[in-house]
Ligand binder design. Sequence first.
Ligand code: MG
Length: 382
Amino acid sequence: MTNHVSILGSTGSIGTQALDVVRKRGINVTALCVHNNVELLEKQAREFAPQLVAVFDKNRFNDLKARLADTPIRVEAGMDGLCACATESQCDTVLTSVVGMVGLVPTLCAIEAGKNIALANKETLVAGGELVMAAAKRKGVKILPVDSEHSAIFQCLESSPRKEALKRIILTASGGPFFGKTLEALKSVTKAQALNHPNWSMGQKVTIDSSTMMNKGLEFIEAKWLFDLTPEQIDIVVHRESIVHSMIEFQDNSIIAQMGVPDMRIPIQYALTYPERYESPVEQLSFAQYPKLTFFEPDYKTFLCIDICRDAIRRAGVFPAAANGANEAAVQLFLDDKIAYYDIPFAVREAMENAPQKSSVTLEDIFEADRAAREFVLEKHA
Ligand code: MG
């Protein structure tokens, strides 16, 4: 149960929804940290009165400092600022809701400082899963998933602590806006179409990843680390309505599902109040409003990113970090109108396969693989 939280990425989609939960639950805010939105950070700081705030973009430091000059709040900047927020003494839980590889080091700092992690940053486990889980184990801290699918699996597993009884987990996927399309049909996809997600409201990068199903591939890798599974124990099913958030199956083929309306404040609140449950601002699920829940096998021939991620985690080492870095670069090129939507998975696979085979990985190896994969994509496609 969180009493004092530091939020890394407080102005993003997860961050603002987390503050909604924090406000309603009366959780204390120790630190807030943003990429560059100092206008909103100032408002948040005045409302939640943290000890410390930080802006990652150092160019915004003076602006932020001037805005908060009449308050006792300390102001920091850059990666040092993020790590200061992640390790500030009073907080017991760090919510990592920054987007991108920038989340990895502050998360490791927070773990080393003995903080529990409410994890909403994908890259932390995708790129650094082995290091992060080992550090968490060594320090005895909890990694509490915020992502709806992982929260669902986490909640289902609570019902059966006996790991040997588990056969597999089943991640649900909405299928995105291009469900039912052929690979060929993706050649004409526009930016507006790719940014229009049917069920979830999210940031741009995550929305594109959801449309290519790279998001599900990354979640596959995260699930492997989070729940200590083999890739063979993880299945994916397309579930258009996003009501079943994921499931676990036992040896006797009994399945437990976690359900609810698609609203991130349920998993955010559970991560922050675990193991307690409280009333939430989210509406109750009315089954009568969803008379039909549908399930489909993912179309792996159209959504190539799922198998790219599955291959990356089977190869292990730095391959997942390379796939993730290449994807971030490719999605940015697409958003900048430099490559077509259709090109994204091909760019990612090529860069992933170009990564070096390593039996054990260090933090430096991970950052190098990430950098090299991005460069590979930029050189080929920019
Ligand atoms: Mg998700």
